[in-house]
Ligand binder design. Sequence first.
Ligand code: PHE
Length: 326
Amino acid sequence: FESGALAAIGAVSESSELERVRVEYMGQKNGRIRELQKLVGAATAEQKPAVGRRFNEVRTAVTAALESRQESLQKLAAARAVSDFDVTLPGDRPRLGKLHPITQVMSEFRELMGRFGFTVVDGPELEDERHNFEALNIPEDHPARDPLDNFYLACAEAAAGRPMLLRSQTSTVQIRTMETVQPPVRIVSLGRVYRPDTIDATHSCMFHQMEGLLVDRHVTMAQLKTVLSQFARSFLGPEVEIRFRPSFFPFTEPSVEVDMKWGSSWMEIGGAGMVDPAVFASVGYDPEQYSGFAFGLGIERFCMKHFGVDDIRRFYENDLRFLAQF
Ligand code: PHE
């Protein structure tokens, strides 16, 4: 038994085989060790001590051999695993994140407008009616103030008689800037605006605008048109076509809408005009001394044109297959 067991243990090369050998020899139920045990039981009284001692020796020896074989097999497996690891193979590249295409375009806008001498300022997305409407010459009964066309908030300020809303335009920042600094002013402000529009390929209930405001002595409409055309060309290339259409905004007079050539038709990209004297009055600027122009451009539209994206909703779905392309 002993020599057979030790030989079998020495011959195995895998843990599963070793287990099979263990069961064959030492198994509790049918292992060959049972036969040896029977011999011990069958021994006469005076043979018993010697037979019993021998049985114990054999059992200990085989158990020890099983254990040490198990250990060396494990070491072997570990060594094999290490040598299977090829340290010369190139590693997996970590996947780097990227800036969102809108964020990329906004940085470029800031950079371009900086070259035209405009400083970047920020304003809050949560606004009161003074900055979103009143100071912008949008009276109480104007359709733009319809609660159904704005995201009004149910909040403590509202309960206390100061309604708050998510700003519907970045023109709020014109007011906030003129409230705090004296002319000359030359700023842009980029950020989110919110409107409960029906969502489609070119409309979203949240989008981004770049507001511009320039106030100084003798500012003209020609300068406004020059800045906007130059800006569009420097961002989209010299061949981009821009057109200005007469329009109306309560806070500019005269006002224009700005379109960009989009395939065979035109796409509106923003509004602009000469700052209305009523707006200057609401922030305490002297309209006799100063004039200015303002514009508000839709950033997504530029982004779509620039990257050839045909549906604004792609920008907000966070689909990595889309985002990884920029
Ligand atoms: N605030 C206007 C809009 O969101 C755009 C605009 C800005 C028009 C500045 C004139 C001057 O539609």
